[in-house]
Design a protein around this ligand. Structure first.
Ligand SMILES: Nc1ncnc2c1ncn2[C@@H]1O[C@H](COP(=O)(O)OP(=O)(O)OP(=O)(O)O)[C@@H](O)[C@H]1O
Ligand SMILES: [Mg+2]
Length: 385
């Protein structure tokens, strides 16, 4: 089916000309001549892309973009701002309002078309299963799976997102991946979500008053069919790490919204993780195949057990990010961490790089790759438990 582009401009002549040009390229066109109608059309039709004029009489394009970005349903539709203004400040305002690209009028049709194609290509790969706009309440509690490692940068977030998508693909059940790393979470960024404030609204509430409905409103739908909950992500937002009670409420309520809740807990056992550790059903510990990495992982698993986690509920995943022969093998790692390995994810540095570059997780970027196969196996063992 042709991809749909919503064109928003108060000038009917522009609507007609640009519309015709894009129609000739095979796109399906929808048009709105003011901001109100644009927002309604975007909500109802969920176009693949929006071309948005800035200077309109009732509501400016900036305001339209801001409103589209705050609604879960429309938050991820790519927007190209399209305006006669050409000052740097205007561009900045447009980009801050949530535009993905900015073109100044008069625009060369070729330039416009190139932008349209690039943005559509970027989102197309990620489109696998149409997500529900918001997760619905489920009758029985879902399972919470915490992903963590002994130190940072080992592949926890990649594992969380790719695993979540694979579980969704295999089960078609609801899956939420939640990043519990205020100030340093990167799941939202890696998936291309432009909402740096994350759940800051929830974290500033009285913990006892947070409801599943409040969380439902903050959860973002991703094209893959999973839902995503992101923490505030500016470095200074690390201050939210002290909002323990609020995170605890969120961790307790999330299983009311999805069959599978995957938590990115980052590295080590900070106060936040320790506070919710008993509310998490099972764990996946990421380990790298180095002597020090294995030693630190053994300490992590020991400490988790000393904090009351049942050993049987901990799985270890060997994530090997580097192609080198100087590393521990499967048996060495099991021996060093004194725990069985549930899986290995082998090195795929190019795929991993590309996945972040185009905001498309590895399993979607190359569904036939060895990496996708490894994630499928891991997801099925987790589903079967
Ligand atoms: N199988 C793989 N092969 C090669 N590189 C990988 C693989 N899986 C993930 N990576 C890359 O390793 C890096 C670290 O991964 P990721 O960001 O998921 O780790 P993290 O543990 O969440 O890090 P942080 O502590 O910064 O949150 C990323 O650049 C990611 O793309
Ligand atoms: Mg991470």
């Amino acid at each position: 089916m042709a991809e749909k582009i919503l064109i928003v401009d108060d000038d009917v002549e522009t609507l007609r000309l640009v519309g015709l040009m894009l129609e000739r390229q095979g796109y399906q066109i929808s048009a709105a001549d003011n901001g109100d109608r644009a927002i309604k059309k975007a909500q109802n039709e969920l176009p693949n892309l929006i071309l948005l004029d800035v200077m309109m009489p009732d509501m400016s394009g900036y305001e339209v973009a801001r409103q589209l970005r705050t609604s879960n349903r429309t938050a991820n539709i790519p927007i190209i701002m399209f305006t006669a203004k050409s000052q740097v400040d205007d561009k900045v305002e447009g980009l801050e309002a949530g535009a993905d690209a900015y073109l100044t009028k008069p625009t060369q049709p070729r330039e416009l078309l190139a932008q349209v194609k690039t943005l559509l290509a970027r989102t197309r790969v990620a489109k696998v299963i149409k997500p529900e706009a918001a997760p619905t309440m489920i009758p029985t509690r879902g399972r919470t799976i915490g992903i963590l490692s002994a130190k940072g940068g080992l592949g926890v977030s990649s594992l969380a997102t790719n695993l979540a998508i694979m579980i969704r693909q295999l089960t078609r059940e609801s899956v939420i991946v939640a990043d519990f790393k205020p100030g340093s979470g990167d799941i939202g960024l890696s998936l291309g979500f432009n909402n740096p404030n994350g759940v800051s609204k929830l974290l500033t509430k009285d913990a006892a008053t947070i409801t599943a409905g409040d969380i439902q409103r903050e959860v973002l739908p991703h094209q893959s069919g999973i839902h995503v909950l992101v923490s505030p992500q500016r470095p200074k937002d690390a201050i939210y790490n002290t909002r323990i009670a609020q995170f605890k409420s969120i961790a307790k309520l999330l299983p009311n919204l999805a069959r599978f809740v995957i938590l990115d807990l980052g590295s080590s056992l900070p106060q936040l993780t320790q506070a919710i550790i008993k509310d998490i059903d099972e764990f996946l510990v990421v380990v790298e195949p180095t002597p020090l990495g294995a030693q630190q992982t053994k300490a992590l698993i020991d400490d988790m057990i000393s904090l009351g986690v049942n050993k049987a509920r901990i799985r270890a995943a060997l994530v090997n990010r580097q192609r080198t022969s100087l590393q521990l093998n499967w048996n060495d790692v099991q021996e060093a961490i004194k725990h069985p390995l549930a899986t290995i994810i082998t090195p795929a540095p190019d795929l991993a790089y590309k996945a972040l570059e185009v905001n498309t997780p590895m399993v979607l970027q190359q569904p036939n790759s060895l990496t996708a196969e490894q994630y499928t196996k891991l997801a099925s063992t987790i589903i079967q438990r």
